[in-house]
Write a protein that binds this ligand. Sequence first.
Ligand code: TMP
Length: 216
Amino acid sequence: MSNRGVFISLEGIEGCGKSTQAKILSDYMSELGYCVVQTREPGGTPVAEKIREVLLDPKNQDLTSRTELLLYLASRSQHVEQLIMPALKKGKIVICERFSDSTRAYQGYARGLDMDMIETLIRIATGNLEPDLTIILDMEVKEGLLRAERFKNYKDRLESENLDFHNKVRRGYLEIAKNNPNRIKVISAKGSIDDIHLRIRQYIDELLSNYKDKPN
Ligand code: TMP
């Protein structure tokens, strides 16, 4: 790791607590003196947020799997070029809720689209950018969906998928993690918010110890 910033992604099934943990992690790293950019996928820039609306709108039931894939990647392409890469080039820490592992888990393992095609398109959309560290917040699907429901009074297009779909997403994540043990760490998303934060912090502190200078 050289003079580039640090790219961290948080992943997991619906309701696993990514947003809460991303915020706490951003605050923690900011307090340590790092310049932190917190962002999310799909979204993170005005155009990408518009694509997000199309993707999550429950009215768009006729979206085909391939179109869905291309829209997620269109959103990522815009996000990487406009926000993530410029921040990393300035030596900032980027904390992103979801990135390419979501595409692998949802469009690959759950929708069943061809993985080679997905990997090719991911490379095009990201210019080969992968996170330095990915944390998967793992929990029971039923519990996650209940949690997601408690936080909002409607289900978006993806949340409306059946239990089988979400179980495939979870199994997909665990498989992806098994194949990328250096980059991806799976932690239990059960317990208190503070407990989960401390579990994440253990990996963050390890990652930061490789940086001699604070990036900002
Ligand atoms: P969320 O970020 O609020 O969880 O909503 C994003 C939804 O989009 C979530 O259901 C996961 C899904 N998704 C994909 O299916 N593929 C992707 O590449 C990304 C980034 C998200």
